[in-house]
Design a protein around this ligand. Sequence first.
Ligand SMILES: Cc1cc2nc3c(=O)[nH]c(=O)nc-3n(C[C@H](O)[C@H](O)[C@H](O)COP(=O)(O)O)c2cc1C
Length: 127
Amino acid sequence: MNTIDATTRELLEKTEFVTIVTQGPDGPHVVGNWGDYLRRLGVEGDRIVLPAGHYNETEKNLQRDNRVQVMVASRAVKGSRAPGQGGVLSGTGSVQSEGEAAQRAKAAFPWARGALVIEIQSVKMHL
Ligand SMILES: Cc1cc2nc3c(=O)[nH]c(=O)nc-3n(C[C@H](O)[C@H](O)[C@H](O)COP(=O)(O)O)c2cc1C
């Protein structure tokens, strides 16, 4: 069974932005991405791919500790009590400057130096 279920997929289809958290030597490190960038590179199975323009600190963090958390949310997705759902996707990630995902990111975003590739291992809805 896929970790990315129907609700998570709907969130990925509707989230405006993406918040990505890695663990740095001095604590958590937070960076962003756009939902439409994520959708342009697509979701394959439990893998999400984002264009990496900078993400230098994120790359270093992932080389030390590849665990990553991603928050997505949208008012347009039904929550358990009210309009609006959001959740945290946990998995492992790497910044790749070569290979299929990096090539795809560079082709779609000429400014990208590669791709941030995240394998989702669990999802927790928050609303
Ligand atoms: C909404 C939003 C979208 C962003 N999109 C990207 C992006 O597509 N690629 C990227 O490298 N940085 C993007 N950034 C900038 C990152 O958050 C971050 O500041 C930058 O990549 C530096 O990363 P680092 O601190 O890991 O070195 C975005 C930031 C925001 C707030």
